[in-house]
Design a protein around this ligand. Structure first.
Ligand SMILES: Nc1nc2c(ncn2[C@@H]2O[C@H](COP(=O)(O)OP(=O)(O)O)[C@@H](O)[C@H]2O)c(=O)[nH]1
Ligand SMILES: [Mg+2]
Length: 242
């Protein structure tokens, strides 16, 4: 029967860098079931980052980036010899079980919730060195677009009903949303917490440990969950990918 497993040896190109992107399945429904806060729910976002951190601890990729219900993972090696079935299934299930466990263990979510098992999909994206920055800039731009739309939706929801709300939101350009939020709600989109505008990164960074006993200092690399990401630049990637 083994010969029927015809996809199991399909591999990503071993000479490329590898990115995986996981995306939560039907998280719009999940957000309703869990009564997530709008525009942003910090606790949920932290649990998404925790799922990223669990992946980081298990597989030591170079960089993980998360916003909303998606997680992108950049590797400097190719896990599972690049076998696509393995990559997609293991990483999406690791994220799914991490988030399910975290939600179950969280005080905020009581047992009355019929929390259906959470699922993520996964795709494998081989990129050249030059495209690493372009990829993450694309996702970070999407995070900011998402942030503007969510705040716009949240502010307009008070005033308009479903269909009219959609029409109104579609007709709004982002400077108009900025203006509306500032005028009506006193919210300056540029001053929102960085994690809402730019997402969260997980990567290793240096920490200097000094010892007074023998007067030495040593640089340790430790995993850092960065909720204050800058706008991505090539320099940012050059520094964290060293
Ligand atoms: N209320 C709330 N919802 C969130 C938050 N983060 C993610 N979501 C939900 O997750 C969805 C993710 O978008 P998308 O992947 O397109 O939707 P899906 O196809 O239903 O998973 C959003 O539409 C939100 O409903 C949050 O912090 N608060
Ligand atoms: Mg989704």
């Amino acid at each position: 029967m083994k010969e029927h497993e015809i996809y199991s040896e399909i591999k990503v190109p071993l000479s490329s860098n590898l990115i995986l992107r996981l995306d939560g399945r039907s998280f719009h429904s999940l957000s309703k079931k869990l009564n997530l806060k709008t525009p942003f729910d910090y606790e949920f976002t932290s649990l998404m980052a925790k799922a990223g951190l669990d992946i980081f601890k298990e597989f030591s990729p170079l960089f993980i980036y998360t916003f909303s219900d998606e997680v992108s993972i950049l590797f400097n090696y190719i896990p599972f010899s690049g076998r696509i079935e393995k990559l997609n299934s293991v990483f999406s299930s690791l994220a799914s079980s991490s988030l399910t466990l975290s939600i179950k263990n969280s005080d905020r979510y009581d047992d009355d919730h019929d929390l259906f098992p959470i699922a993520f999909d996964s795709r494998t994206i081989p990129v050249s060195d030059n495209e690493i920055f372009n990829y993450f800039k694309w996702r970070q731009d999407e995070a900011y677009r998402n942030c503007i739309n969510i705040y716009g939706y949240w502010a307009l929801k008070e005033k308009y009903e479903n269909d009219e709300l959609k029409k109104k939101l579609n007709g709004f350009k982002s400077p108009e949303i900025h203006e509306y939020l500032f005028r009506k709600k006193g919210i300056n989109l540029g001053k929102l917490p960085a994690w809402q505008r730019r997402g969260i990164g997980i990567y290793k960074t240096c920490r200097i440990n000094s010892s007074q006993i023998n007067n030495t200092s040593r640089q340790n690399k430790c995993v850092f969950v960065d909720e204050n990401l800058p706008k991505f630049t090539k320099d940012f990637f050059n520094s964290i990918l060293k």
